[in-house]
Design a protein. Structure first.
Length: 228
């Protein structure tokens, strides 16, 4: 039987509890593939390049919730600020400042997740606790009116060692609990833990994920032309 996005999506959804949000990661995939998932009921999609998201946003239904899941360069924020649903990987005050500025220009509040470095081996983007504290306690941050910090995001090491992956997800959950009690105890909207991808989403859900970001399991393997 040939590969079907609809079948893959339906199978996947059976293993994801209702309260966990599934973001279908559609980076590098054509709008036809996204449309198939859309017709199967999927509304949250994830992209990691601003211009690619912008092109797809223009061609696809307006009720899609677009999640920016990659490293976002400050000079690209303007391409997505008008409509992006959640910027998942904020890892600097500089980026947050630009998001705040572009959100104000568009007269909206943009929800963001703080990305934490949780991988034990890999060098991936992300904050540590001290950096997060410094950011959240800065006057610059406190004055921002067009940002809503909605939770945390992290990527585990790319490994088949699920014990290690589980430790890393536990680490992110602990960071979330600490931030919730230290900085956001009054804020209902601080509630998301985005972790888990095709290879490790079941573990992420067991460890408390509220958002999982799944790409290849839905759309098939990605072919990267020259750059990734
Ligand atoms: C590509 C990507 C995903 C999805 O990866 P799959 O292994 O294809 O599920 C999830 N999160 C981020 C940040 C990504 O860049």
């Amino acid at each position: 039987m040939s590969f079907s996005i609809t079948d893959q999506l339906n199978k996947l959804k059976q293993g994801i509890p209702d309260q966990v949000k599934l973001v279908a990661v559609s980076k590098t995939k054509p709008v036809e593939d996204i449309m198939e998932a859309y017709k199967a009921g999927q509304r949250h999609f994830g992209e990691n390049k601003a211009q690619e998201m912008e092109t797809k946003h223009e061609q696809l239904p307006a009720d899609i919730a677009w999640h920016f899941i990659g490293h976002l360069q400050t000079n690209k924020v303007k391409y997505i600020a008008a409509y992006v649903s959640l910027i998942e990987a904020v890892d600097s005050l500089k980026l947050l400042k630009e998001i705040n500025k572009q959100a104000a220009k568009n007269d909206r509040i943009i929800p963001c997740l703080l990305q934490f470095h949780i991988a034990e081996e890999d060098t991936k983007f992300g904050l540590d606790r001290d950096e997060a504290t410094a950011l959240l306690e800065s006057d610059v941050f406190k004055k921002m009116k067009n940002i809503q910090i909605a939770g945390v995001m992290g990527m585990a090491t790319f490994t088949e060692d699920m014990d290690q992956v589980r430790r890393e997800f536990k680490h992110l959950k602990a960071i979330f609990d600490w931030l919730k009690s230290e900085c956001f105890s009054e804020e209902e909207s601080f509630r998301e833990i985005s972790m888990g991808m095709s290879g490790d989403y079941p573990v992420a859900i067991e460890e408390g994920a509220t958002i999982v970001r799944v790409g290849s399991l839905i759309f098939g393997e990605r072919n990267y032309p020259t750059t990734t």
